[in-house]
Design a protein. Structure first.
Length: 342
């Protein structure tokens, strides 16, 4: 089997998840009658300390539902320009939610600060300006950084002082909670809503959750229906999601440890520069040379049995995940060393 470092989206459901899919109690979720979906949504809301949650098909779908629930057409969203909703969702915010992004580069290169966010919130009622509909954060960020709880709370406080809700794109929110050794509900407490991906490191085959107040989830449910995300006997995908939340969160620390080991091994290879210290299960690195032949490198790694995405902005990303082992991590680093030595 290849060592697939492209993303933690390539994880496969565990045998227990497959069995749960085959035996799940089912009903019509659009009618609110699927007991397995209802159980998952209740468990997720309880885990994150919020009133309600909603199962949706994907992380991008969750983000668009959140924008639609928080914002009116032509509202503005204060967000880092590095955020997934800006970079990797094919312009959906403009097409579906019809919002304007007020995107900026955080000065620390990792996450927006309270001062930066508050400076960009529109105050008053000047007809020339869009209304600030939402402040948008990521935890963990798209670049694998983990925002300290105090910083997240400070940003939320700045937004709330100005009457603006805060949403967290939490595709890897539980990775962040594990890395910080913080209870997920405590980490989520300052924000109004968040999303949570089941199909990355948690190994479920499909699905994300939106979590927030009952009113927010009710609005998101209507938008889910409008966008064609009302899934009927969705307990088939909710069943592995329940196992993901119950059994797979604790093992995320193993992925994080593998990422740190991989970064250490790569750093010993001449010409490799680790561009940020791994906080979760992501390793970012570049080559200390002019115009690297990335296509050639990826092809050579593929021949060695290591799969990776192309670089972005001159950085490669390796992602550790279930069921990769320490042996796999060491083999991947050795393959990089062999390829670069040629």
């Amino acid at each position: 089997m290849p060592i697939d470092l492209r993303s933690d989206t390539v994880t496969l459901p565990t045998p227990a998840m497959r069995e749960a899919m085959a035996t799940a109690d089912l009903g019509d979720d659009v009618m609110g009658e699927d007991p397995t979906v209802l159980a998952l949504e209740t468990e997720a809301a309880r885990m994150l300390g919020k009133e309600a949650s909603l199962l949706v098909p994907s992380g991008t779908f969750a983000n668009q539902c959140a924008l639609l629930a928080h914002c009116a057409s032509a509202d503005e969203v204060v967000v880092s320009e590095q955020a997934h909703v800006v970079v990797h969702e094919a312009g959906a915010a403009a097409l579906l939610a019809r919002v304007q992004v007020r995107a900026f580069t955080p000065a620390n290169g990792r996450w927006p600060t309270a001062v930066e966010v508050e400076r960009r919130i529109r105050v008053g009622d000047d007809v020339h300006y869009p209304r600030t509909g939402c402040v948008w954060l990521e935890q963990a960020t798209a670049l694998g950084d983990v925002m300290p709880p105090g910083e997240l709370a400070a940003v939320a406080g700045a937004a709330h002082r100005n009457g603006v809700p805060v949403h967290v794109d939490g595709a890897r929110f539980l990775n962040a909670a594990v890395a910080l050794a913080v209870d997920p509900a405590a980490l989520a407490a300052p924000v109004d809503s968040l999303s949570l991906c089941l199909s990355k490191g948690l190994c479920a085959p499909v699905g994300s959750l939106l979590v927030g107040s009952r009113a927010f989830v009710a609005a998101a449910r209507r938008h889910r229906k409008r966008m064609g995300g009302g899934m009927r006997q969705a307990g088939i995908i909710a069943a592995p999601g329940r196992i993901a939340l119950r059994d797979m969160v604790g093992r995320l620390a193993e992925d994080h440890a593998h990422a740190r080991l991989l970064a250490d091994l790569l750093a010993r290879i001449p010409g490799v520069v680790i561009t940020r210290e791994p906080a979760i299960n992501m390793v970012f690195w570049r080559l200390d040379r002019e115009r690297p032949d990335w296509d050639g490198l990826r092809a050579a790694l593929g021949a060695e049995g290591v799969l990776t995405y192309p670089p972005e902005d001159g950085e490669m990303r390796f992602v550790t995940h279930h069921p990769l082992s320490e042996v796999d991590v060491r083999a991947a680093a050795a393959a990089v060393a062999r390829v670069l030595a040629r």
